[in-house]
Design a protein around this ligand. Structure first.
Ligand code: ATP
Ligand code: MG
Length: 249
């Protein structure tokens, strides 16, 4: 049996000495190289769940296992891409990528070459020597995603990575992320408020209730990969979208 990238075992979390119950017994797994999305109402506890998985918070009860090891309450086991790109403003774009590669164990000299190859692959080679503030929001998110992708931890957590982008840029980023991920598979857990985004990108979707959050439904997304950007035209896409919308009502 292969080990899961992530296993959550009956996670409960409350704040304010138990008076605020947020997570109410969550259990699910993310398989190796699987792309799983979490959808749930605002305030249902999604970011709290990420903080538990990342070890920044401890569950009231329950366990977090990453790559087959118990990691509850301990840090350093995940790659994290926050909602706002968090690049180091005093380092050039290339130097931001080089650092991620060096942290992953690539030697200094090789990291310089690899960083430029990666920037070329994501269409940003001409910005290699620029500083992050010169990039548009979408470009910064591409670099931020690349940094998470290149970091050594096998599990990536993406907390609404495209939430701050305009609709068109967001769509372009979704396609771009899908292509990069299909060529460089990693285990991903993505929080999103967009049902379309979840259907386009994921292998499975976890639908959470409002707080205290329980798993309402786990939906297998049956579309073959590589996925077409025209997926939304398929009847099954719209059926699943409706099903998730109904769950969230
Ligand atoms: N440190 C804390 N102390 C007290 N309450 C907290 C703390 N952190 C989170 N909460 C509460 O837990 C609940 C869930 O918050 P959380 O940020 O996890 O929701 P979310 O699902 O990520 O929402 P959104 O979709 O709006 O980002 C909220 O009611 C929030 O106020
Ligand atoms: Mg949140």
């Amino acid at each position: 049996m292969s080990t899961s990238a992530l296993e959550l075992k009956d996670i409960y979390k409350s704040f304010d000495s138990g008076s605020k119950q947020v997570l109410d017994g969550l259990s699910f797994t993310v398989a190796e190289n699987e792309f799983v999305s979490i959808i749930g109402p605002s305030g249902s506890g999604k970011t709290t769940l990420f903080q538990l998985i990342g070890g920044l918070e401890k569950p009231t009860s329950g366990e977090v296992w990453i790559s087959g090891k118990p990691t509850t309450g301990s840090r350093g086991h995940i790659a994290y891409m926050p909602q706002q790109a968090s690049l180091m403003p005093w380092r050039s774009v290339a130097a931001n990528i080089e650092l991620a590669l060096q942290v992953a164990g690539v030697e200094r000299k090789a990291s310089g070459i690899a960083a430029r190859e990666w920037l070329d692959r994501i269409g940003l080679l001409e910005y290699a020597d620029s500083y992050p503030h010169v990039l548009s929001g979408g470009m910064q998110q591409r670099v931020s995603f690349l940094r998470a992708l290149l970091s050594p931890q096998p599990l990536m957590l993406l907390d609404e990575p495209f939430g701050a982008l305009d609709a068109l840029t967001r769509q372009q980023m979704q396609r771009w992320l899908m292509e990069i991920w299909e060529q460089n598979k990693r285990s991903v857990l993505l929080v999103t408020h967009s049902i379309e985004e979840a259907l386009l990108l994921s292998d499975r979707i976890m639908v959470l209730s409002s707080a205290p959050a329980v798993l309402l439904e786990e939906i297998e997304v049956p579309f073959a990969r590589p996925r077409s950007p025209q997926l939304w035209k398929e009847p099954l896409f719209n059926e699943l979208k409706q099903q998730i919308q109904d769950l969230l009502q």
